[in-house]
Design a binder for this molecule. Structure first.
Ligand code: CP
Length: 316
């Protein structure tokens, strides 16, 4: 499916959907981080930014963090929030996604938060919805997870106070990771020049050479002196066959306290979750003093509040 990455902007260049990081300027990313920071400063106090709006979440794939923080964010913005139970919806009786969306539009939904295993599904929906309705990508196939990348940028700025001059390592299954692709685009837009991607060659995308990153096959070399280390899960649900044994993976790429010593002394360790302890990360690191993994989860509330607020404001 050809993915139209410009569809999230209106004719004035304003964001009316949030579907991918591509196309966002550095200033647009910083604006979202600043809005989120304001929410944090007021302890995410409830406001009326989405009063009289209805948000429907459509998760065709499992989720804990993204789904729950979108629900919390919607409620803090005073929206009515509907969680569609896909497993018991009429899609099981053959209803198409578009017929489902049109049905929900008839119930006056204003915003759809969509996660789907097929890349481009939120973009496809954004093309089909009425002109006053917004779509947010909550993760599509192996393509993008833009709100996760935004909360990761928020976390990096919180701990490092800057982007330029940082060395950031992204470790693991880049090939199947939508998070990695959105992260690389975000970091590049924010002028992070030293982005290392680390993992076995078999888990690297074909277009690696076209990305502005340095590839390392060895973990300790790749994370050497890095300020930020972002660990990824093996995305087994997106592999047609087992590409690597978990034992081999842990031996070579599992982040232990000892291996982490090659990174900068004040390194932060991040992970979008869910984490698989003993495969890509040891508990000693996941729960250790350098880990900001649970802080990432918390930042997800204010970042999603910021994105929803901005989209609705741009439509006013
Ligand atoms: N990071 C992330 O997308 O987690 P969930 O699958 O739990 O939403």
């Amino acid at each position: 499916m050809e993915i139209d990455k410009r569809i999230q902007f209106n004719s004035d260049g304003k964001l009316i959907h949030f579907l991918n990081i591509e196309g966002l300027s550095k200033d647009q990313i910083i604006e979202i981080l600043d809005i989120a920071e304001n929410f944090i400063e007021t302890s995410n106090k409830k406001n009326k930014n989405l009063e009289n709006k209805t948000v429907a979440s459509l998760f065709f794939e499992p989720s804990t963090r993204t789904k729950t923080t979108f629900e919390l964010a919607s409620k803090k913005l005073s929206a009515d929030f509907i969680n569609i139970d896909i497993a018991n919806s009429s899609t099981l009786k053959g209803e198409s996604i578009i017929d489902m969306i049109k049905t929900l539009e008839a119930m006056s939904c204003d915003m759809f938060v969509v996660r789907h295993s097929i890349s481009g599904t939120p973009h496809f929906i954004a093309k089909e919805v009425g002109e006053k309705i917004s779509v947010i990508n909550a993760g599509d196939g192996i393509h993008a997870h833009p709100t996760q990348a935004m909360l990761d940028m928020f976390t990096i700025r919180k701990y490092k106070n800057k982007f330029e001059g940082l060395s950031v390592a992204i470790v693991g299954d880049i090939l199947h990771s939508r998070v990695a692709k959105s992260l690389i685009t975000s970091l590049t837009t924010l002028n992070v020049k030293n982005i290392n991607v680390i993992g076995p060659k078999i888990l690297m995308p074909e277009n690696l050479d076209t990305l502005k990153v340095n590839y390392h096959e060895n973990l300790e070399t790749g994370i050497s002196k890095c300020d930020v280390v972002i660990m990824l899960r093996l995305q087994k649900e997106r592999m047609h066959e087992a590409l690597i044994s978990t034992d081999d993976y842990y031996q070579n790429y599992g982040l232990t306290k000892k291996k982490l010593q090659s990174a900068a002394k004040d390194v932060i360790v991040m992970h979008p979750g869910p984490i698989n302890r003993g495969i890509e990360i040891d508990s000693e690191v996941a729960d250790g003093k350098n880990s900001v993994i649970l802080d990432q989860v918390t930042s997800g509330i204010s970042i999603r509040m910021a994105i929803m607020t901005l989209i609705i404001k741009n439509r006013a």
